[in-house]
Design a protein around this ligand. Sequence first.
Ligand SMILES: Cc1ncc(COP(=O)(O)O)c(C=O)c1O
Length: 437
Amino acid sequence: MPANTTALDNFWMPFTANRQFKAAPRLLAEAEGMYYRSDDGRRVLDGTAGLWCVNAGHGRREIAEAVGEQLRTLDYAPTFQMGHPIAFRFAERLGEIAPAGLDRIFFTNSGSEAVDTALKIAVAYQRAIGQGTRTRFIGRERGYHGVGFGGISVGGLVNNRRVFPTLPGTDHLRHTHDPVRNAFSQDLPEHGAELADDLERLVGLHGAETIAAVIVEPMAGSTGVLLPPKGYLERLREIATRHGILLIFDEVITGFGRLGTPFATEKFGVQPDIVTTAKAITNGAVPMGAVFCARGVHDALMQGPESAIELFHGYTYSGHPVACAAGMATLDIYAREGLLTRAAELEAYWKEAVFSLRGLPTITDIRAIGLVAGIELASREGAPGSRAYDVFTDCFQRGLLIRVTGDIIALSPPLIAEKAEIDTMIEMLRETIKATA
Ligand SMILES: Cc1ncc(COP(=O)(O)O)c(C=O)c1O
């Protein structure tokens, strides 16, 4: 395949150092199974399921065929005061695998939209039950909830916030990352459940009657794979319930099998009121998100005159037929290949492989769960992030795609990964970390 000859100027790339990238581009041209192929013809092992989304691996023919067939049958139809069967069928299918009771489903086109939708539903719900003063949202430091104004307001990553105004009436729990007490925990971190009491403190500060919802990632992904301390999510649930605050789990990364259960909710045994999803809902093939709501939340809004629109919210592409077709084909693959629970089968092997990196120079912490790992490196003096970036570019040259955030490496391969591919991934990473130490 000829190397890239395309002009790179016009595409303003997201979350990218555009000028640096365009001076030395990394282009992926094809993908099949566990591998990408770069535009200069090299095989690149996908250590990140694209961007945490290609859980069934690349190039799935069933999805391509379903999408093609749907485009030929019904390319587009609105869902405002109209409907089409596949959107209802897909919602029904999702309802069958939803966390218990969360089977009322609102479609969006991305995780960011799912988050903003969930926040709006929370406020609308509170108003519907006579709690109209509850308009405040609580997020968490280091949380990532996408890039809408709602998402960055409850999010806790400073670079995503510093340039932009955020919603008034948002506040944050402290994050749970505590490497001093919890470094190299092979299980959930022992320490930090008490950090959930921050919600109690914020209730004391703002008044429960002003707070609509608290939103957290059950496992924080984009900030560098932070696992919930033992007992933390249970405590958050208990405090939220006691104060009439809705609990939203952002499962845009953890949804659809990443942790070894269909949703993180089941992995951690904690039941939220709303779950946001996207990414792997269509195996990344077509943009889509979905908000899973408890029946009680949904039903509270199904009041008043039947001719009244209950929620003034929605997207032109909510329940897009092509996305639904991709999603249905994806669920078929997940079911046929057992992928929603495969990470549980691989977890012990995965952890052992990842923890075998312990002891390499510069590694200060390793965290792993399901088929996810975070590997934290010591930052270089005065140049935070540069060490992991070097690992990232070196890995790409060697034929492995990883993801880095600051000086943390995140791994989240497709759930079809075989043990041999896990070994290859870890060995390439080992060589690279040694070389960049
Ligand atoms: C937890 C979480 N929420 C929301 C989002 C935003 O999703 P999207 O990029 O599809 O808008 C992401 C993306 O990584 C995420 O990890």
